[in-house]
Design a protein around this ligand. Sequence first.
Ligand code: CP
Ligand code: NVA
Length: 302
Amino acid sequence: MMKHLLKLLDLSGEEIIEILNLADQLKYEQKHNIAHRHLEGKSLGMIFQKASTRTRVSFEVGMYQLGGNPLFLSSADMQIGRGEPVQDTARVLSRYLDGIMIRTFEQKEVEDLAKYGSISVINGLTDFCHPCQVLADLMTIREFKGTLEGHKLCFIGDGNNMMNSLIVGGLKTGMKVSVACPEGYDPPKEILDFANGYDCFELHRKPIDAAVDADVMITDVWASMGQEGEAEKRRKAFAGYQINDELMAAAHSDCMVQHCLPAHREEEITEKVFEAHANEIFEEAENRLHAQKAVMVKTMGN
Ligand code: CP
Ligand code: NVA
C-alpha cells in the first residue's frame, strides 16, 4: 500500500513496477469485462486549477469503473480559489472524501494537502511533475517494447514537468535516459542531482546528440500551462527542438514515439512523425485510464 502519489521521486523502482503490473491487470480485466470494483463506496474529489481533457475524463471514468464516486471540483467554484488556505481545505475534505486528485501550479500545494489532510492525495500535474502521465508512458513503452530495462528514452524540449518525471521514472525503472534542452531551460537542480547519480543519464544541447540509438522519443509543448505569456520567447528558444525525420533517423529503426498531448504540430513534433506514430501516442492516452486506476487502488484501496 502507498498512501499518496505526490511525485515519482518518492517511489522506489519496485513500487513503480508494481503499479505498472496492476495497471496491466486492470486493463486486461476491463477489456474482458471482468469486474474490478475495488473502490466500492469510496469518493475521490478532483480539484482542477488548470485545464484538462485526459486527466479529468480518465480519473472520472476510472473511478466509476472501480465502483467509486468521482467529484469534479473546479477551483474557480471552490473557496480555495478565493484564498481559503490549503491547510483548511485539506482538513475539511478529509472529513468527506477518501482521496483528492489535484492539478495545480505549485508542488508545495500538493505536498501541503497531503501534510495537513488525512486522506490520499494524487498529483494530477504541477509545474514540477506529472507522475500519472509518466506511469502511463512507462506502461505503454513496456507494452510495445516488452521491457523497460536497458531501453533508451530520449526527451527533446523543455525541462518541465514531463521531462522531470520521465527522468525520474525512466532511471528508476532501469532505462537509459537522454534529454536535450536549450540553455536556460534545464530541469531543476533537484532532478539533475538525482539524475547525475546515474551513469546512464545524458543531458545534451543538440537534439540530434540525444536521439542517437533511442528506443523511444518523447517531447512536450514548448510553453506549458501558465507560461502562455512567454510563448513568443519560447518559440525562439526552442526552434529546432523538434521530433522530426532527421531525429528519428538517428534513433533505432524501431523507435517508438510518445507525446502526453495536447500536441502542437510543426512545433515540438512534425505532423508526419506524429501521424506515423499515432497508434503508440493514443495507446499512451488510453493507458492514462489504466495506470491511474492502479494508482487509485494502491492509494485508496483496502
Ligand atoms: N496529458 C494530459 O495530462 O492531458 P490533459 O491536460 O488533457 O489532462
Ligand atoms: N507540460 C504540459 C503538459 C500538459 C499535459 C503543461 O504543463 O501544460
